[in-house]
Design a protein around this ligand. Structure first.
Ligand SMILES: Nc1ncnc2c1ncn2[C@@H]1O[C@H](COP(=O)(O)OP(=O)(O)O)[C@@H](O)[C@H]1O
Ligand SMILES: [Mg+2]
Length: 237
């Protein structure tokens, strides 16, 4: 598969503080790739670099085009949907209003309606609660809303930042299963940031482990999962 996204020696940081020290990684078209690593390793910063949320150097190529100098909105239009850490939904808005934030840039009305139907098939609970404030949703339902909103952007790539955070294991399984179905049905590629390496490696086909702003290990998820020393040193199980 050709690469949809490619980071080449990306450096990034906050003010004078440098956090990423030359990160290179790639996500194939339609693929699922995990980005793992301990708290503070630079996973979120990597996603922020991709969406122009932080200043970076090096290069980031998406669909054959450099994202250098593009603003966040142009990056979204190019087909990258970011589900940030903490989900980024608006709890003062209803479920419906949150979903509209996903689809509002689109001009393909008929397709949008089909995508709403599809999203409600994946997440029936959101259909039931359309008119309710998003603040009434449980943590798992809010994560579903964030995913649904991202899907309504009709992205080529979804960036998911710790979707499992704070959720019960069964809810996490359900959500990851849906991510897998979405990936298979619509070929949307996924860059999945997780501290929960075990479940991330089950979902992804390849993975990168970040350690203080550098890729320490990378490879096929199946190999990383089975590699004793990788497991002990980087994955914590
Ligand atoms: N807005 C910020 N300003 C300054 N430093 C930050 C900011 N966000 C994150 N950092 C620092 O950057 C490093 C990497 O953070 P982050 O990318 O959030 O890691 P991860 O997502 O892997 O936990 C950490 O040392 C963190 O303290
Ligand atoms: Mg993070």
């Amino acid at each position: 598969m050709p690469n949809l996204l490619e980071l080449k020696e990306v450096h990034a940081g906050y003010g004078p503080r440098s956090v990423l020290h030359g990160v290179s990684l790639s996500v194939p078209e339609g693929g699922i790739v995990s980005l793992l690593g301990a708290n503070g390793a630079g996973k979120t910063t990597t996603l922020r670099a991709i969406t122009a949320g932080v200043r970076w150097s090096g290069d980031i190529i998406f669909g054959g085009r450099s994202l250098r100098r593009l603003a966040t909105e142009e990056i979204v239009r190019a087909g990258i949907a970011h589900v940030p850490e903490g989900r980024g939904i608006c709890t003062e808005l209803t479920v419906d209003e949150n979903l509209k934030l996903g689809s509002h840039l689109r001009r393909d009305g008929a397709e949008v309606r089909k995508d709403y139907d599809r999203v409600f098939e994946y997440f029936p609970v959101l259909k039931e609660r359309r008119k309710l404030s998003a603040s009434t949703l449980s943590g798992g339902e809010q994560q579903m809303l964030a995913l649904a909103r991202a899907l309504l952007m009709k992205p080529k790539l979804m960036l998911l930042d710790e979707p499992s955070l704070g959720l019960a294991p069964l809810v996490v399984r359900a959500i990851f299963q849906i991510v897998k179905s979405i990936n298979q049905a619509s070929r949307v590629a996924v860059l999945l940031v997780e501290q929960n390496a075990r479940i991330a490696l089950e979902l992804s086909s390849s993975a990168y482990v970040l350690e203080v702003g550098r890729v320490a290990v990378s490879g096929a998820s199946a190999d990383l999962k089975d590699n004793e020393s990788v497991r002990r040193s980087y994955l914590g199980y």
